[in-house]
Design a protein around this ligand. Structure first.
Ligand code: SF4
Length: 595
């Protein structure tokens, strides 16, 4: 049985095929787990300025004290150096990953070195096996790999299978890691780091349990949180329609990036909306382990076999708002079925859907402007809404038959810097944008969030809250910083950010008590600020310079719900952020930011 505070860290060296366990209670006591602990472990293990695709890169998976104990505490944090941005990489995924790691007895797993031959690593409690993966390396579909590993690995139930597809094997800088088929460590290229280490999959199965200090109090807090979650109207919406509920909402607001953000709404929004897909394609909903919400929606697409009458290939396709935006409205989709087919293809290769969509959107516009040619695209004529062309282009991003595809495999900004068209490459700090053209806070969030993710501080929420009364740059940055530092606590526990409105500071403090952890609301806020500081220090150590951040011109050309954004306003936002980051991370910096 594991202690309520995680403490064991499993180290795996792929070069020597050795593993060992260390007691790191010190780290978990100071940083709880998840993001906080992963930041410190990466800082300890990652040599400065290494090649993200070299054997010196390190992958950390970390869970926290709430995993396996409280509802929606279903996420695992992965940290690594990103091959996509060249800086800190952080990505979170649910499925069964967190519960499996915790019940295997670990708070974190650190993967170092690189294997000479393809392997998958299998962790069963305190035993680790290095298994020959040559037979599954190169398989076309990551889904097939998952099915095979399910058959050959024992311990179903609390077992996670994290694996890469062909994109990861080929080290495409935005390849992802898929877990339990429908969840992903999606952003910043963890899949490419797996590929560089010849690591096809990590399987973890846990049979243990977790002790709490005060059982009665734990039961009471658990029931309270459970009730708050199932009674929450937001969670009900996530259950019914899922995150694609946002398609219509953002389209009506004029905030749905479309046609490479030449527009912020699209006529076909209804036809690709969450409501339409749920009515016409929804097959079932699934949930991450220990979550009563079940927000994961699976569409059923049935395609007839050409030569076999009355036989159909039936595919379950997981869909969310972000893939629908990136592979739908950004590409001028007219029909949900096309978008679902493209999502499925991107997923089976193990590419990040958001980045892939933005890359394809950039290429479509670049072709229409004559910056690139059909020859560069190996004969593929990319046109808005032409999904046969997009399917082919995705295949070529993985196969890379031309120089352009090799560049597209490194992201929109990389390709634009080489071929031209940087003004409309929608990349922030090297990471392609999320689906929110809501206003200045979203873009400040993409550019300055520690992992350039919309989930860092939900700038899109702040934008929607302040339509008609855009905050002063100083206030905007302060509010984003407060939100982002609080989220460091949630992602250290580690709870799903969809439940953030349930896990208020008072609730978190109360829920820690039965685990024997006494932290007041103020303690929690200071811890959040401290983790933010440590994360940003690591980013600066790895070469991030907030002074160098710039915004693509396209965001100033298409009106947002706050009107046309002004470059002068965003420059002031940038100066505020530079000051904040320098102050928060500076040696001996004074003021309220230190924690
Ligand atoms: S709300 Fe959705 S993503 Fe979050 S833990 Fe539950 S099922 Fe997973």
């Amino acid at each position: 049985m594991s202690e309520p505070i995680p403490r064991k860290v499993l180290y795996i060296d792929l070069s020597s095929k050795r593993y060992w366990v260390e007691d790191r209670l010190d780290l978990f006591e100071e940083y709880l787990g998840g993001t906080g602990v992963a930041t410190k472990l990466l800082e300890e293990e990652l040599p400065r300025n290494v090649d993200p695709l070299g054997p010196e890169n390190v992958i950390v998976f970390a869970v926290g004290p709430f995993n396996a104990l409280y509802p929606t505490a279903s996420k695992t944090v992965a940290m690594f150096k990103s091959p996509h941005t060249g800086n800190l990489g952080e990505s979170h995924a649910g499925g069964r990953s967190a519960v499996a790691i915790r019940l295997a007895g670990y708070g974190a797993i650190v993967i170092k070195g690189a294997s000479d031959l393809p392997v998958w690593v299998s962790v069963h409690g305190d035993k680790v096996y290095f298994r020959d993966a040559r037979a599954i390396w190169g398989m076309t579909s990551s889904h097939t790999v998952g099915r095979i590993l399910r058959e050959v690995e024992p311990g179903s139930g609390v077992r996670t299978i994290m694996r890469i597809g062909r994109a990861g094997e080929r080290m495409i800088s935005y390849a992802n890691v898929i877990t339990e088929t429908y969840r992903h460590f999606g952003r910043l290229g963890l899949g490419a780091v797996f590929g560089s280490k010849k690591l096809k999959a990590l399987v973890v199965s846990g049979k243990g349990s977790v002790r709490v200090v005060d059982r009665k109090a734990y039961r009471e807090v658990y029931d309270k949180i459970f009730k708050l979650i199932v009674d929450s109207p937001l969670m009900k919406k996530y259950h019914e329609i899922g995150t694609p509920i946002n398609v219509r909402v953002l389209n009506a607001l004029g905030a749905l990036p479309s046609l490479n953000l030449q527009k912020a709404s699209i006529d076909s929004a209804d036809a690709i909306s969450g409501e339409y897909i749920a009515t016409n394609y929804l097959g079932r909903r699934v949930s991450c382990a220990h979550c009563p919400v079940a927000c994961i929606h699976l569409a059923v697409v049935r395609e007839p076999y050409e030569e076999e009458p009355y036989f159909y290939k039936t595919t379950f396709i997981g869909y969310d708002y972000e893939p629908i935006y990136a592979l739908g409205s950004m590409l001028g989709a007219g029909e949900a079925r096309d978008v679902l087919r493209l999502i499925d293809l991107v997923d089976s290769y193990g590419l990040d859907a958001m980045t892939t969509g933005v890359v394809l959107a950039w290429a479509t516009e670049a072709l229409s402007r004559g910056i690139i040619s059909e020859k560069d695209l190996a004969g593929v004529k990319l046109r808005w809404g032409d999904y046969n062309a997009y399917m082919k282009a995705v295949q070529y991003i993985v196969e890379q038959p031309t120089e352009l595809y090799r560049d597209l495999a490194r992201g929109a900004l990389y390709a634009a810097r080489k071929w031209g068209g940087e003004d409309f490459a929608l990349s922030f700090g090297g990471n392609e944008m999320a689906g929110y053209h809501t206003g200045p806070a979203a873009y400040a969030n993409f550019a300055f969030g520690a992992r350039h993710s919309h989930l860092d501080s939900a700038g899109y929420d702040l934008d929607q809250e302040t339509i008609g009364r855009t905050p002063e740059p100083g206030e905007l940055v302060r509010r984003l910083y407060e939100e982002e530092s609080w989220r460091q606590v949630l992602t250290s526990l580690v709870v799903c950010l969809f439940a953030r409105k349930v896990y208020k500071p008072e609730v978190v403090s109360e829920a820690l008590k039965p685990l024997g952890i006494e932290m007041s609301v103020d303690d929690l806020y200071s811890l959040g600020r401290k983790i933010y500081r440590e994360k940003y220090r690591l980013k600066l150590r790895e070469g991030f310079r907030p002074e160098d951040v710039s915004f693509p011109r396209r965001i100033f050309e298409t009106p947002t719900p706050h009107g046309l954004l002004s470059p002068e306003y965003m420059e002031k936002v940038k100066l505020e952020y530079v000051r904040l980051i320098r102050e928060v991370t500076g040696e001996g910096a004074s003021g309220h930011h230190d924690g």
